[in-house]
Write a protein that binds this ligand. Sequence first.
Ligand SMILES: [Zn+2]
Ligand SMILES: [Zn+2]
Length: 202
Amino acid sequence: MVAKFVVDLDKPLVSQVGYLGEAYDEWVHQPIVTKEGPRFFANDMMEFLTRTRWWVIPLVWLPVVCWLVSISMQRGLIPVHAAFASVFGIFIWSLMEYSLHRFLFHMKTQSYWTNTFHYLLHGCHHKHPMDALRLVFPPAGAAIICVPLWSLIRLFSTPTVAPALFGGLLLGYVMYDCTHYYLHHGKPSTRIPKKLKVTFFN
Ligand SMILES: [Zn+2]
Ligand SMILES: [Zn+2]
């Protein structure tokens, strides 16, 4: 019998989780509910890039949203249509988020690299749900994902509408990430956020 691999929580985690193999799925769903986050990488620069404060998300992306919508308007889109395009973008984001969560974030993995990829993408949030610095998505990672996404939006819309549509999608993402953060770390006192917290936790 092969000896069972045990993750050493005092050492950088990312290079270890792959060795869990089939046991990864069970391990990642046994949450450690402390506010202190684990170390991900031995390399300081890599480690720094995995930690993001929640307010960085609106700070980085809201100006981009405004810039994109303004491009559409410069190209002749009237404000009402720009607003419609943005709302449609938010709708596309919601569909995307749902599918990503349903099919990619919760897939069962067991090989070294798929375990590692899953852990970085979403598994870490299930393992350490209260790690405040690993909850929202790092802007560097999001920027990379923006490239193919923009090409796709560009393919299915006109040069005038595409920027506002993409801006709306980004706005949807910012609202989602901030709400998600609030649901974990905010202290809702009214009924609606409390209900949201129960429904959308994780
Ligand atoms: Zn969550
Ligand atoms: Zn999840």
